[in-house]
Design a protein around this ligand. Structure first.
Ligand SMILES: Cc1cc2nc3c(=O)[nH]c(=O)nc-3n(C[C@H](O)[C@H](O)[C@H](O)COP(=O)(O)O)c2cc1C
Length: 198
């Protein structure tokens, strides 16, 4: 299934066609696909080129690793993400390597890298679905995290499937139109809150 953004301004088709499915065909990503996705994330911009991101990945054809990573998601996300071809946990290095001071841009930069990964997924005919619903305590118990590293999000990647493969109410949500706030509500000129005049 495709769910292109019904936008007003012309945007690149990769952005238009990226979306967050829950219905995935239960087929694994190949190692090459995974490396391409991570390479796209690698080339993200970051404050001071600090590159404060880490990704823990588990392909579907690595059943033990996949099950361990799946268990780090909240149950509501496990329900549909279990069919993904690849699961990822993203982490932020929250202090600067150069001086040990807090890097307040770390989460921003992890998100930017994840965004690039998601667009690369779309380019490969896949889709990536990000998840705030992760179990941080379980992650800390499962993996030994280095100091100053925090879990940010889960990402499920795969080949979208028919919404009918989901149980209700997920199937209905899958078919619902994608929505966004109007530009005028968050893009301002001259002063904060004053909508664009062009
Ligand atoms: C940081 C982040 C966290 C999210 N957490 C979840 C989640 O835990 N579970 C879920 O089903 N979707 C989650 N989503 C997906 C959003 O609901 C989705 O991106 C949003 O509804 C817009 O839909 P679209 O990506 O198809 O345009 C998350 C997305 C982002 C970027």
């Amino acid at each position: 299934m495709e769910k292109p953004a019904p936008g007003n301004a012309p945007i690149h088709s990769l952005i238009q066609y990226r979306w967050s499915p829950r219905a995935f065909k239960p087929q694994s990503m190949s190692p090459e696909q995974v490396r391409t996705l991570l390479e796209a994330a690698r080339w993200a911009a970051s404050a001071f080129n600090e590159q404060p991101w880490c990704f823990l990945v588990a392909r579907r054809d690595q059943p033990e690793a996949f099950a361990a990573l799946l268990a780090c998601l909240v149950p509501a996300n496990q329900k549909w993400a279990q069919n993904a071809g690849l699961l990822i946990l993203s982490f932020a290095h929250t202090t600067f390597t150069r001086n040990g001071k807090p890097n307040i841009h770390a989460f921003h930069d992890v998100g930017l890298a994840a965004g690039q990964l998601a667009l690369q997924a779309t380019a490969l005919g896949l889709q990536a679905h990000m998840m705030a619903g992760i179990d941080r305590e379980h992650i800390a118990a499962t993996y030994t995290l280095p100091a100053d590293h925090e879990a940010v999000a889960g990402i499920a990647v795969g080949v979208p499937d028919d919404p009918g493969s989901l149980e209700e109410p997920l199937a209905e949500r899958e078919r619902a139109p994608r929505e966004r706030n109007a530009l005028e509500t968050f893009c301002f000129q001259d002063e904060f809150g004053k909508g664009l005049a062009f």
